[in-house]
Design a protein around this ligand. Structure first.
Ligand code: SF4
Length: 324
């Protein structure tokens, strides 16, 4: 990756860390867990476990089915060139890997579909879904599978299929559609059908007012968890971000980020003040840093207390997540 820090508004990492720390301390009710890596309110979704507790929790994987998306977010982590497709050969290899592991005494946790809009690839997903069912039957387990979606393309048939393949957690991205009614209706439906409904949003300062104004609706449609991700910067999205938000401050950990300017903590404060029931995780650059360090060898005692218990299948996930 080539990003010239002189061309953009890069500031010192410690300046941002100090601002964050002071701001967190000024808001009563924000919790610091996991040696300060897990900044949250309420017990967070089991789908986040893999980022904090990778040791000894079973095998799982985030799978990219394809690049297409029907929307276009300026900060999209997946790049703006949606024509670069995942080949069928890659997917077949991934299926074979998972199947091979399932023949051995490997413990399984769950799988996730992410990147692009996975629901545009429902036929590709079916091959994995059938394999997941097969693994559950042979191993006598229930997987905690989750799906990241912009929430725009659901049908009753898609809900039925996801339920059949034992998807537990659906993570919606409502700002991608400008918080459309269609997405909220789909979140409500997902909740009624028994899925754990979560929101995963970029903590993107230009979305600030809309995000704050939509928290009440999150509560009304049954959201259980909100994940606010600090915006990761790549050579393919930095110009779009810098044009969209010229006053934005970038900083560098082991990869560059756009500081959220306190948005995550303002959202937490709003949720605390209004007594909403959903949890929030600050999925910050520190979580990413931990995830890409030696964390694979570290057992974080006490971190289990941070996760919500949504039934037996939600207790075992995490583990050695790989990205397809
Ligand atoms: S909805 Fe997701 S995949 Fe689609 S453009 Fe936005 S961030 Fe990228």
């Amino acid at each position: 990756m080539e990003i010239s820090t002189g061309k953009y508004n890069f500031v010192d990492y410690f300046e941002i860390m100090k601002e964050k720390s002071d701001y967190i301390d000024s808001i009563e009710g924000i919790q610091r867990s996991g040696h300060g890596k897990c900044i949250h309110i309420n017990k967070i979704a089991p789908g986040c476990r893999g980022c904090f507790n990778r040791v000894g929790k079973g095998y799982g994987m985030t799978i990219k089915l394809g690049s297409k998306c029907n929307l276009s977010c300026p900060y999209c982590f997946d790049g703006q060139d949606k024509s670069k497709e995942v080949t069928l050969l890659t997917l077949k290899r991934r299926l074979a890997d998972i199947y091979r592991k399932s023949l051995d005494a490997v413990e399984f946790s769950g799988f996730a579909f992410s990147n692009g809009e996975p629901l545009l690839y429902i036929d590709r997903m079916a091959k994995f879904g059938d394999l997941f069912k097969d693994i559950e039957r042979r191993k006598g387990i229930t997987l905690w599978n989750k799906l990241y979606t912009n929430g725009t393309v659901f049908t009753d048939e898609i809900f039925d299929k996801l339920w059949h393949w034992n998807f537990k957690e659906l993570r919606f991205h409502p700002s991608a559609s400008n918080f459309s009614d269609t997405v909220y209706r789909n979140m409500e439906k997902a909740n009624e059908r028994g899925f754990v409904v979560a929101v995963e949003e970029a903590a993107y300062p230009p979305n600030r007012d809309k995000l704050l104004n939509n928290l009440k609706t999150f509560q009304e449609v049954g959201v259980k968890h909100v994940q606010l991700c600090e915006t990761k910067v790549f050579e393919f999205n930095i110009d779009m971000i810098a044009n969209d938000f010229p006053e934005g401050r970038f900083y560098w950990t082991n990869t560059p980020f756009l500081y959220h300017e306190g948005l995550t903590y303002d959202v937490m404060k709003n949720v605390i003040d209004n007594n909403y029931s959903f949890s929030i995780l600050d999925c910050s650059s520190e979580v990413w840093r931990m995830n890409h360090g030696i964390h694979h060898q570290i057992v974080m005692e006490g971190i289990e207390d941070v996760f919500a218990d949504y039934g037996p299948a939600s207790r075992g996930i995490g583990g050695s997540w790989e990205k397809c």
